[in-house]
Design a protein around this ligand. Structure first.
Ligand SMILES: [Zn+2]
Ligand SMILES: [Zn+2]
Ligand SMILES: [Zn+2]
Length: 665
C-alpha cells in the first residue's frame, strides 16, 4: 500500500506545521507521482493537495484515502519540495502556507491548462511584453575592462554549476545590467535564469533591455498581467519555453526546471521581504535555490545591505567592485546646506538660497532638476497653536496628513487611509489658531510654481501614480523634457536613466535619519546615495544639494566624502556594540489585539517567560501603538532559536512572528 505525504496550499492556519498523509487507493497506485495536484478529504470538506512524497511505510495513525488526481502533470519537483520545508522551518511558518506561494491560484481553477498558440503549438507568451513601452536604450558598448573581469570570474561557476554567491558593487551607471545580460548569455541551452528586481514598474528600461536581446524567451512578471497571462507565464517557465524570468519577489516561485543563474538587482531593497506570513526574504530563498539547483547567485547594488556586506568580509560572498561609471563621469559634487543657518538669515522658505539659485540656473540653461522629499501630501500635520493638539486619525495613533491640490483638499491617515474634512478649529479646545506644519511633496511643487513663475513641474508619489502605467507616463514625459523639475518620494530614486538631469536637490534629509530603528542610518544612506546617483549621468559632472537640520550627521558626511566603506565599517561597529544584525540574529514577536489592556498584559507575560528562559530581548509598544484600531507590542528576541520560544510559550494566533525583521518599530 502506498501513502502520499501532502501540502494543503489552501490551508491558512498559522499553526498547522506538519504535512498530512493519505492512503493511495489501489486504482491510483501506478499513476501517482510527486508534485501532482490531487484532492483529499479534510474534515467535512475536500481540499486540493500537492504531493510532497510517496512512501510504502504505513504511518502510525489512521489515514483517509486520496479522492482523485486533479492535475496529473507534476507541478513541483523535489528541489522545490525541499525548499518549501526549509522556508517553513526557518521563518516559523507552515509548509502549507509556503506551498501556496508556488501555486498560482489560477491553477486551482477548472481552466488550469495553458493557452496554446494555434500556429506554433507553444504557449501564448507575446502578451507578457506588449505592456512594455518602447524606450530609448543606452548604446550597446563593448564591456569595459572592469566589466570583462567580473564576467570572466563568474562565467566558469555558471558553466561548472557551482552554488557560489557574488556581490557586484558599483555606483549608478557603472554597467551592472550589461554584466547581468552577458552572464545570462553564458547559460547552456535548456538552462533558465531568474533576474529579481524590487519593483518591475519602476524599471521599465531594464525589462526592455532584456527583451531586445532575448525576445519572446523573456517573461516579464508584473502585477498588471491578467489571470490568463499569469497562468500562461507559469506554464511557459514550467515547460522551459521561457529562458529568462524578470520580476518582483513572487517570481522566485515559478517551477523552474534547470535554474542556471539567479540575479538579484538592488539586493538591499525592502521589497524583497514579504510582510505577511511566511515573512521570507527573497535573498535567503534565492540562496536556498542556489544550493538546490547548484547555480551561482549574483547580487548587484550600489549600496549593499549590511548583511551582505558582512558576508563579503567573511568571504562567504565574493566581492566584485566596479569603480568607474561607463562614460567616465565624475561622481557628483555634494553640498550640504544647514537649514538652521537659513532661519538665522530670516529665510523660512522650503528652499535655501543656494538650492533656489541652483534650480534657477539649471532650468535657465535648459537642463533638468530632480527634487527629493520622502513625504507625500502637502503638510504632515495640523496643530493647534493654543493648546498644542495635533489632529490624529480616529483608528491610529498618528497625525493626519493634509492634502492640498488644485482639485482636492482633505486630511488623510497615511496608515489606514481614513479621510477627514479639514477642520476650521481645534477639535480639542475649539481655538481657530490651527496651522499646517511639516512639508510634503505637494507643498514643494506649489511653492516652486510661486517662486519661479512658468516653471514646468511634475510630481511622482503614491498620490500621482495610483492609475496603471502612471509612473511610466510621468517618467517618459520628464525624460522628453516636457517638464523642468521632477519632484518625488523614494520612487524617483530607482534606476532612472535621465541624461538631462544636472541638479539633484534633497529638500529635507532628516526624514528617516532619526527613526528609532537600528536600520535607520543604513536605510537613509542607501536611499540618499541612490538619489544622489541621479545627478549627471552622461559626460557632465552633476551637482547635489542636501538640505538638513543635522549637517554633521555621519550618514551625510559619508555621502559627501563619497566614502561607502567608511560608512559600512562604522555602521558594522555600531551594530556589534548593540548586538544587532548582522552580528546577531533577531526575531520580532508582535502581539496584536483590539483591547489595549489585553495587548499589554499578554506581551508582559511573554516577556516574563523570556526572562525565565534567559533569552535576551527588547520589548516596547510599537512606535505607532494603535494601528487600524489594534494595539501592537513588539518583542525583539536576540536568539538563533526562535522555535524554542514558540514551543515553550504556546503562542496564540495573535502573535506575528518575523524572523530577521527589516524594521523593529
Ligand atoms: Zn496621502
Ligand atoms: Zn487646541
Ligand atoms: Zn489611521
Amino acid at each position: 500500500m502506498q501513502f502520499a505525504e501532502v501540502y494543503l496550499p489552501t490551508l491558512k492556519s498559522v499553526t498547522a506545521t506538519k504535512t498530512y498523509t493519505y492512503s493511495v487507493p489501489s486504482e491510483l497506485n501506478d499513476t501517482m507521482k510527486l508534485g501532482q495536484l490531487i484532492e483529499v478529504p479534510f474534515g467535512k470538506k475536500t481540499l486540493p493537495a500537492l504531493i510532497k512524497a510517496l512512501t510504502n511505510t504505513k504511518p502510525d495513525f489512521a489515514t483517509k484515502d486520496v479522492s482523485h488526481i486533479i492535475i496529473d502533470i507534476p507541478l513541483i519537483n523535489t528541489k522545490i519540495a525541499n525548499t518549501i520545508d526549509k522556508i517553513a522551518d526557518y521563518y516559523l511558518s507552515t509548509p502549507h502556507r509556503v506551498s501556496s506561494l508556488f501555486l498560482p491560484k489560477q491553477l486551482l481553477g477548472k481552466t488550469w491548462e495553458p493557452k496554446l498558440n494555434k500556429k506554433t503549438g507553444k504557449i501564448q507568451t507575446s502578451s507578457f511584453i506588449r505592456k512594455l513601452e518602447k524606450v530609448e536604450l543606452p548604446p550597446n558598448l563593448t564591456p569595459t575592462n572592469e566589466q570583462a573581469e567580473i564576467i570572466a570570474a563568474i562565467t566558469p561557476e555558471i558553466q561548472k554549476k557551482i552554488a557560489s554567491s557574488h556581490l557586484i558593487l558599483g555606483p549608478t551607471g557603472s554597467g551592472k545590467t550589461e554584466i547581468y545580460l552577458q552572464l545570462i548569455k553564458k547559460l547552456k541551452p535548456g538552462q533558465q535564469a531568474l533576474l529579481l528586481v524590487p519593483e518591475i514598474s519602476l524599471t521599465p528600461q531594464l525589462a526592455q533591455y532584456f527583451y531586445n536581446h532575448f525576445g519572446t524567451e523573456v517573461c516579464v512578471w508584473h502585477s498588471e498581467l491578467n489571470a490568463t497571462e499569469k497562468k500562461n507565464a507559469w506554464w511557459s517557465v514550467k515547460n522551459n519555453e521561457t529562458r529568462v524570468v524578470i520580476g518582483s519577489r513572487s517570481s522566485l516561485f515559478f517551477a523552474f526546471n534547470d535554474l542556471g543563474l539567479i540575479i538579484i538587482d538592488e539586493e538591499q531593497a525592502s521589497a524583497f521581504k514579504q510582510d505577511q506570513n511566511p515573512r521570507y526574504h527573497s535573498r535567503d530563498v534565492a540562496k536556498q535555490f542556489s544550493k538546490e539547483y547548484n547555480c551561482p547567485l549574483v547580487l548587484g547594488t550600489a549600496t549593499p545591505s549590511l548583511e551582505t556586506y558582512q558576508q563579503t568580509l567573511d568571504q562567504s560572498i565574493t566581492l566584485h567592485t566596479l569603480t568607474k561609471r561607463i562614460f567616465d563621469t565624475k561622481p557628483p559634487s555634494i553640498q550640504i546646506v544647514d537649514m538652521k543657518d537659513e532661519f538665522k538669515k530670516g529665510n523660512y522658505s522650503i528652499f535655501s538660497d543656494d538650492l533656489l539659485e541652483a534650480i534657477q540656473t539649471t532650468v535657465a540653461s535648459q537642463k533638468q532638476v530632480l527634487l527629493f522629499l520622502n513625504r507625500r501630501g502637502f503638510s504632515s500635520s495640523i496643530q493647534c497653536f493654543e493648546c498644542g493638539h495635533i489632529e490624529e486619525c480616529q483608528n491610529c495613533d498618528i497625525s493626519l496628513t493634509l492634502h492640498n491640490t488644485p482639485n482636492k483638499k482633505f486630511l488623510q491617515c497615511h496608515l489606514c487611509g481614513q479621510f477627514e474634512h479639514i477642520p476650521t478649529k481645534c477639535s480639542k479646545c475649539y481655538s481657530r489658531k490651527i496651522k499646517n506644519i511639516g512639508i510634503g511633496t505637494q507643498q514643494v511643487e506649489k511653492t516652486l510654481q510661486t517662486l519661479i513663475p512658468g516653471v514646468r513641474t511634475l510630481r511622482a508619489d503614491k498620490d500621482t501614480t495610483t492609475a496603471k502605467h502612471s509612473f511610466q507616463e510621468i517618467y517618459t514625459s520628464f525624460k522628453n523634457h516636457e517638464a523642468d523639475i521632477l519632484i518625488g518620494t523614494q520612487m524617483i530614486s530607482k534606476g532612472l536613466h535621465l541624461p538631462k538631469v544636472d541638479l539633484v536637490g534633497v529638500i529635507l534629509a532628516d526624514i528617516g535619519l532619526h527613526v528609532p530603528d537600528f536600520r535607520a542610518g543604513e536605510r537613509s544612506f542607501q536611499l540618499l546615495k541612490q538619489v544622489c546617483g541621479r545627478a549627471g549621468r552622461l559626460q557632465d559632472q552633476g551637482q547635489v544639494i542636501i538640505q538638513t537640520l543635522s549637517p554633521t550627521h555621519p550618514v551625510l558626511l559619508s555621502l559627501q566624502d563619497d566614502n561607502l566603506f567608511e560608512f559600512y565599517t562604522k555602521e558594522l561597529l555600531l551594530r556589534r556594540q548593540h548586538n544587532f544584525p548582522p552580528t546577531n540574529r533577531i526575531t520580532k514577536f508582535t502581539y496584536v489585539h483590539a483591547n489595549r489592556d489585553t495587548c499589554l498584559k499578554t506581551a508582559r507575560q511573554a516577556e516574563q517567560n523570556l526572562r525565565s528562559m534567559q533569552i535576551k530581548f527588547l520589548g516596547a509598544p510599537a512606535l505607532i501603538f494603535r494601528q487600524y484600531n489594534n494595539y501592537h507590542y513588539n518583542i525583539l528576541a536576540f536568539t538563533d532559536q526562535p522555535q524554542t520560544i514558540v514551543n515553550k510559550l504556546a503562542m496564540d494566533p495573535g502573535w506575528r512572528i518575523d524572523r530577521d525583521p527589516l524594521d523593529t518599530v
